[in-house]
Design a protein around this ligand. Structure first.
Ligand code: IMP
Length: 199
C-alpha cells in the first residue's frame, strides 16, 4: 500500500485527514510518527507558499511523498486578518477567539472565510498546490465544544450552528480543508503513479 506523510503534528488535523482518507488505498502517517522532526520556519507570504515549504521539508526529511496544509481565517472587516497569522494571532485558542471578538466589537460586517491550501511534494519537489474555502460569519460569542481553533465562533453559510457545534461529519463535508483535500485526492487518484513510483 502506498503511504503519504501529512506534514503536521496537530493531532486534530491528523484525525480530520484520517477520516477524509477513509476508504482510500493510502496509509496516512504524520510528523507525530517522526518525533525527531526538527520543524521548519513558515516564512511564506501566502497559504500556498507556507504549505509548499512544509510539504517539501517533510518530503525531504521523511523521504516519502508528503503533503501539507496551511490554513487560517480571513475576516472581511479586518482586511483579511488574521490570515496566514491565524495561529500566531495569540497564544491559545481561547485568547485567539477573545482577541478576534474584541477587534470585531461594534462592527456590523461579520463576514469571514476559512482558507486552506494543500501542497504535495514528491521526490524533493512540490508537484501541485490546491486551495479550498468555506464562507460564513463570526458569531458574537463562542458556541460548542467540538473542533479546534476558531471553530466555536465560525458559522458557515447555510447553517445555524458553528463549527464548534456541528458534528465533525458535517464539518468534514463542507470545510475549507475538505475542499482542498478533495481537489488533492482527485489529483492523486488521476496521478497515482506519483505515489506508487516510490514503493
Ligand atoms: P496552521 O494551518 O497549522 O498554520 O494553523 C492555522 C490556524 O488557523 C489554526 O491554528 C487555527 O487557529 C486556524 N484554523 C485553521 N483551520 C481551522 C479550522 O478548521 N477550524 C478552526 N480554526 C482553524
Amino acid at each position: 500500500m502506498a503511504y503519504i506523510v501529512v506534514a503536521t503534528g496537530n493531532a486534530h488535523k491528523v484525525d480530520e485527514y484520517r477520516k477524509l482518507l477513509d476508504g482510500q488505498n493510502v496509509e496516512l502517517k504524520s510528523l507525530l510518527d517522526y518525533p525527531a522532526w526538527p520543524g521548519v520556519e513558515e516564512n511564506g507570504k501566502s497559504f500556498r507558499e507556507n504549505a509548499s515549504i512544509k510539504a517539501l521539508a517533510a518530503c525531504k526529511y521523511c523521504d516519502v511523498p508528503a503533503f501539507a496544509d496551511d490554513s487560517g481565517l480571513e475576516v472581511e472587516a479586518l482586511d483579511g486578518r488574521p490570515g496566514i497569522f491565524s495561529s500566531r494571532y495569540a497564544d491559545t485558542d481561547a485568547e485567539r477567539i477573545a482577541r478576534l471578538l474584541g477587534e470585531l466589537q461594534g462592527r456590523e460586517n461579520r463576514r469571514a472565510r476559512f482558507v486552506c491550501a494543500i501542497a504535495i511534494a514528491v521526490n524533493g519537489e512540490v508537484i501541485e498546490t490546491f486551495e479550498g474555502e468555506v464562507k460564513g460569519v463570526i458569531v458574537d460569542a463562542p458556541r460548542g465544544k467540538d473542533g479546534f481553533g476558531y471553530d466555536p465562533v465560525f458559522m458557515p453559510d447555510g447553517y445555524d450552528q458553528t463549527f464548534g457545534e456541528l458534528p465533525q461529519e458535517v464539518k468534514n463535508k463542507i470545510s475549507h480543508r475538505a475542499e482542498a483535500f478533495r481537489k488533492a485526492m482527485e489529483f492523486v487518484e488521476n496521478e497515482m503513479a506519483v505515489l506508487d513510483d516510490d514503493f
